[in-house]
Write a protein that binds this ligand. Structure first.
Ligand SMILES: *[C@@H]1O[C@H](CO)[C@@H](O)[C@H](O)[C@H]1NC(C)=O
Ligand SMILES: *[C@@H]1O[C@H](CO)[C@@H](O)[C@H](O)[C@H]1NC(C)=O
Length: 294
């Protein structure tokens, strides 16, 4: 009888310990930032994958600039996302992980450049046009009423459009580099291709991250060229120039080369994944994401 009580209480103590461990899981909170024309519900599957692999993880898909509001200017979105992300980080002194999809990847880079005290550990960028976009996917045909990507600059490289339409903020026409640098008020600044007074400060802030994980692949039917998700882009002959040969890498304008030299730049390529499937594909999660959410 005594033995039985003893083993019962040992068992219950073990169960209680396990439960306690589950409640204060060792996994850092994960913040998710959505892409254009979508919202937090796009991360349903990814949130499920994370919670299944790492029980107890607190996952927050930010509910801001959803659907058609997601085409507001990038700087405006960055300011507002920064406020929400800052609040989550203040409640998580142990640090957080940030995973951002498509346009969200550029929003998150802006946030990380502008927030001096952020505590983001791993920054995971899922299929994002990091070096720009030079292709009009079908979903944009009603917004960009020109046939052919070579004419889009006529719309995008205007100051008034730059102030109001996110996609033009990362439009990058390799045949119009002079115009791009002159009129684009977002990506050339973020990538440090156009010098500005905050470059050193933004770089220092950005480099607070521990790891940068870049995920993309040739099956992507929106990001053009798909290598932009790994910081590659077209030259003026529309040949792909890979990340390490880009000026922003070679001149280390925003810290990319530092991260690489530190051993903290991870590139994960998956083929056969369409743009809208990156955050719902289990094997992408297992191969490219899971191990960076510890
Ligand atoms: C989640 O995955 C299921 C099948 O795996 C798919 O049908 C559904 O569209 C996905 N949801 C989202 C929001 O991507
Ligand atoms: C998921 O991604 C893999 C590549 O990692 C691909 O081969 C597969 O077809 C994708 N599955 C779905 C359901 O899209």
């Amino acid at each position: 009888m005594r033995m039985k009580t003893f083993s019962f209480s040992v068992t219950s103590a073990v169960i209680m310990l396990l439960l306690a461990a589950g409640c204060t899981s060792g996994y850092k909170p994960v913040i998710l930032v959505h892409g254009v024309f979508s919202g937090p519900s796009s991360f349903k599957n990814l949130s499920r994958f994370i919670k299944k692999a790492h029980p107890g993880t607190e996952v927050t898909a930010i509910d801001l600039f959803n659907n058609e509001k997601s085409t507001k200017s990038m700087w405006k979105q960055i300011d507002d996302f920064a406020k929400v992300i800052q609040k989550i980080m203040e409640k998580s002194p142990e640090g957080v992980h940030l995973l951002c999809y498509s346009q969200g990847g550029l929003i998150c880079r802006g946030v990380l450049s502008k927030l001096p005290n952020h505590n983001v550990h791993n920054f995971i960028v899922l299929s994002s046009p990091l070096a720009g976009q030079f292709g009009v996917p079908e979903m944009l045909h009603e917004f960009i009423p020109v046939s052919g990507r070579k004419l889009v600059y006529l719309i995008c490289y205007r100051r008034v459009v730059q102030r109001h339409f996110s996609i033009c903020n990362y439009w990058n026409d390799p045949h119009r580099r002079v115009k791009d640098l002159k009129f684009n008020n977002f990506l050339p600044l973020l990538n440090g291709e156009k010098a500005h007074g905050k470059m050193a400060e933004w770089k220092k802030n950005f480099l607070r991250i521990k790891k940068l994980v870049l995920i993309g692949g040739p099956g992507d039917d929106v990001i053009t060229p798909w290598q932009s998700s790994h910081f590659g882009f077209y030259n003026s002959n529309e040949a792909i120039i890979e990340m390490k040969k880009q000026n922003f890498y070679r001149k280390n304008t925003f810290g990319l080369k530092t991260l690489d030299t530190r051993g903290d730049l991870i590139v994960c390529t998956q083929s056969g994944v369409k743009h809208m499937e990156w955050h719902s594909n289990q094997s992408v999660f297992e191969k490219c994401i899971q191990k960076w959410l510890d």
